[in-house]
Design a protein around this ligand. Structure first.
Ligand SMILES: *[C@@H]1O[C@H](CO)[C@@H](O)[C@H](O)[C@H]1NC(C)=O
Ligand SMILES: *[C@@H]1O[C@H](CO)[C@@H](O)[C@H](O)[C@H]1NC(C)=O
Ligand SMILES: *[C@@H]1O[C@H](CO)[C@@H](O)[C@H](O)[C@H]1NC(C)=O
Ligand SMILES: *[C@@H]1O[C@H](CO)[C@@H](O)[C@H](O)[C@H]1NC(C)=O
Length: 382
């Protein structure tokens, strides 16, 4: 996870974003209005269509002559943070790879290889092929560590002849938006003049596709329980929350997570605002909160049942690591498919679930407010 310093910074940054409520938002959501289990794939095919209309494929061919690489690296040598940190690092390097015309590669080998869970798109094959690795043997490589320090990424000059052909970077970059803004003129239209949520979603969906293994788990959860037709008509049939307390982990910093005692207040909010036969999905790292949700909602509760362990703290047990990673991927995708999403504003995992939400409406953010309660507000993205 991030250092204390960058985390504090992050909190203030997130509050700024949240307070920048943008009402004249462009209705991106109209591009993916269908809500069925293949939503993710529909979103992909939209992306593909748009890509084939622009010049990217041509550029890709030209690049092969003297191809250089920018590689997101997460290996056993150092911590790389939770899934939220990793997602930010990947998105940041994707943006920089477009600016500097380098081929993006992604290496996540710890605690469990990412490839069984996420696969590349046609446009951006981020998996090193055997042929590429063979070709790269004689090339210069270098590894840079930018965990918790983003500044170097702003000013890095990848045009410089000094810089290695294969540049590995470890980063959990919070500042991918300022980077996109700084280099806007080098970026495609879909990343120009966009907010943080758009830059994230547009980037992410262009590179990362969940595998069938993950999608089938998501679909299983999504179709479980009883879907009430009146609740469905309300448009808010599936109500989801991500409540990260940070209390069950070996955290190296003071994480101000959701206070478990405040959970009754949240159930009251859900009761007061959504249909009383809606289904409830709650992803949390706190067993007490999960038990409370199960006893409160009974058969309306459809998950999550996943254990929630921080990836950097389970490197010693591969079975546990892979199982836990898979359920984190599944839970986040599940959260992104709900009609209503209540997310925790201090968790990158949670925030990214909201950015990836199929439709950008009915999104609420919550934030700890004192020891035992929280504040809640509606979020608006563009
Ligand atoms: C980087 O270059 C060194 C020296 O040529 C080589 O030993 C090493 O295997 C390379 N590492 C990677 C990850 O390509
Ligand atoms: C990198 O160099 C190329 C070729 O000189 C130039 O066209 C491009 O604008 C430079 N990129 C950046 C981000 O400065
Ligand atoms: C659910 O809401 C309906 C309509 O408002 C009401 O008639 C019903 O009693 C409620 N059911 C429960 C279990 O609260
Ligand atoms: C690894 O985790 C699994 C699942 O929690 C557990 O069953 C197993 O005993 C653990 N192995 C070791 C060596 O701790």
């Amino acid at each position: 996870m991030a250092t204390k310093k960058s985390l504090c910074w992050y909190v203030s940054m997130v509050s700024i974003i949240i307070s920048m409520v943008v009402w004249n938002s462009k209705p991106f959501i109209t591009e993916s209005i269908s809500r069925n289990p293949v939503d993710i794939r529909n979103a992909m095919s939209h992306v593909k269509k748009e890509n084939s209309q622009n010049v990217l494929p041509i550029l890709n061919k030209q690049k092969k002559i003297n191809e250089k690489y920018l590689v997101y690296l997460c290996d056993e040598k150092r911590d790389c943070g939770g899934w939220g940190d990793r997602q930010r690092g990947i998105v940041s390097l994707f943006i920089l790879s477009l600016v500097w015309k380098r081929t993006l590669k992604i290496l996540i080998s710890t605690p469990c290889d990412i490839k069984p869970y996420y696969k590349p798109t046609k446009e951006y094959n981020w998996i090193f092929t055997e042929e590429e690795l063979k070709r790269l043997r004689g090339k210069r490589n270098k590894t840079l560590d930018f965990m918790g320090i983003d500044e170097p990424l702003f000013d890095i000059n990848l045009n410089s002849s000094e810089i290695a052909d294969v540049l590995y970077i470890r980063t959990n970059c919070y500042h991918f938006l300022p980077i996109a803004q700084k280099y806007a003129k080098f970026l495609p239209a879909y990343l120009k003049n966009k907010g943080r949520a758009s830059v994230f979603r547009e980037s992410w969906n262009r590179i990362m596709i969940p595998t069938d293994k993950v999608l089938s788990e998501v679909m299983k959860i999504e179709s479980s329980g009883v879907i009430n037709s009146d609740a469905k008509k309300s448009g808010k049939e599936l109500v989801c929350a991500h409540l990260r307390t940070g209390l069950t982990e070996n955290l190296y910093y003071d994480y101000s997570g959701f206070p478990p005692v405040a959970v009754t207040k949240l159930w009251n909010y859900i009761d007061g605002h959504f249909h009383n036969k809606s289904r409830i999905f709650v992803a949390t790292d706190h067993l007490g909160i999960r038990k409370s949700a199960i006893s409160k909602y009974g058969t309306r509760y459809i998950g999550s049942y996943a254990s929630n362990v921080h990836p950097d703290s389970m490197r010693s047990n591969l079975t546990l690591a892979c199982r836990s990673q898979e359920s984190a991927y599944v839970d986040q995708l599940m959260l992104s498919k709900c009609d209503v999403l209540i997310y925790y504003r201090k968790s990158g995992f949670s925030i990214h679930a909201s950015y990836l939400k199929t439709e950008w409406r009915n999104i609420y953010s919550i934030m700890k407010n004192g020891k035992s309660t929280f504040s809640l507000e509606e979020a608006h993205y563009n």
